[in-house]
Design a protein around this ligand. Structure first.
Ligand SMILES: [Fe+2]
Ligand SMILES: [Fe+2]
Length: 250
C-alpha cells in the first residue's frame, strides 16, 4: 500500500487541488466523502488504488499551491461561495429546468422515464435552493460575525454562541442527500441516453434535447462537488475551530 493510500481524500485535495479533476474523472467522492482514506475511496469507486496513487504522484510535478481558501479570512471565503457558487448554482438549476421541460416535450413519448427525471430535478432544485438560503440567512452571517470578532480581538459573550456543530451537521446531511440524488439522476439520464443510442429510430436522429440535458446536468454536478468541497472540507472545519477558539477566549 502506498503512502497516499492512508491519507484522507480531504487531506489530498487540500494539499494538491489539482487532484480534484482527477478524482472527478474517476468518480472518487472528494466533497462529501472527504474523511475516507484514499484506499477506501478507491474501493468505493471501484478503481485501482496503486494506479491512482501513481497518477497523484505525477500531479505533484507541475507547480501547485495548497488550497488558497485555507488562509483567506472566513468572511471572504463566505463571500466567494455565495458570489461564485450560489449564483452559478441558481443559474444552472434554472437552465436545467428549461432543458428538462424541452427534453420531456421532444422525447417524453419515446422515453417516459424523462417525466420522473424532470420531477426529481425540480425537487432537487427546490431543496437545494432552500439549503442555500439557509446558509445565506443564518449560517454565513453567523460565521461572518465570528470572523469579525476574531479580527477585532473581541471576546464574544457566551450566550452569543449558537452551537455551530448542530447547524453544520444538518448542512452536511443536506449535502449528502443532494449528492446522492444527483448521482441517481445522472445514472437515470445515462440510461435514457443509452436507450436512445440503441433505438433504430434515433440512430438516424439522435435525441439532442436529452443529450443537452445530460451534459448540462453533468456540468452542474461537477460544480456542485466543488461547492460542497469548499464548505465541507474548508469553510466548516475552519469555522468550527474559530468558534472554539473564541469561546475559549484564545
Ligand atoms: Fe453553499
Ligand atoms: Fe451547503
Amino acid at each position: 500500500m502506498s503512502a497516499a493510500a492512508i491519507k484522507t481524500v480531504q487531506e489530498i485535495v487540500l494539499q494538491t487541488p489539482s487532484a480534484i479533476p482527477l478524482f472527478e474523472s474517476l468518480g472518487i467522492d472528494y466533497c462529501c466523502g472527504g474523511e475516507r482514506t484514499l484506499a477506501e475511496a478507491c474501493a468505493r469507486a471501484e478503481v485501482d488504488e496503486p494506479e491512482v496513487s501513481g497518477r497523484l504522484a505525477r500531479l505533484n510535478n507541475p507547480p501547485h499551491s495548497p488550497e488558497l481558501f485555507l488562509t483567506i479570512p472566513l468572511s471572504l471565503l463566505v463571500r466567494h461561495i455565495v458570489e461564485a457558487h450560489h449564483v452559478q448554482a441558481r443559474e444552472q438549476l434554472q437552465l436545467l429546468s428549461l432543458l428538462g421541460a424541452r427534453a420531456v416535450r421532444t422525447a417524453g413519448a419515446r422515453h417516459p422515464r424523462l417525466y420522473r427525471i424532470r420531477e426529481q430535478m425540480a425537487d432537487l432544485a427546490d431543496e437545494f435552493s432552500v439549503h442555500m438560503l439557509k446558509e445565506e440567512r443564518v449560517l454565513f452571517p453567523y460565521i461572518e460575525r465570528l470572523d469579525e470578532s476574531a479580527a477585532s480581538h473581541m471576546r464574544l459573550p457566551l450566550h452569543s454562541f449558537r452551537g455551530l456543530g448542530i447547524q453544520l451537521r444538518v448542512m452536511r446531511h443536506e449535502h449528502d442527500v443532494t449528492t446522492q440524488l444527483a448521482d441517481a439522476l445522472a445514472s437515470a439520464l445515462a440510461q435514457v441516453l443509452s436507450e436512445s443510442a440503441s433505438s433504430s429510430h434515433e440512430r438516424q436522429q439522435p435525441c439532442a434535447a436529452v443529450r443537452e440535458l445530460a451534459e448540462a446536468f453533468e456540468t452542474w454536478r461537477k460544480a456542485l462537488h466543488l461547492h460542497l468541497h469548499l464548505e465541507n472540507n474548508v469553510l466548516f472545519p475552519r469555522a468550527e475551530r474559530l468558534e472554539e477558539e473564541l469561546a475559549l477566549g484564545r
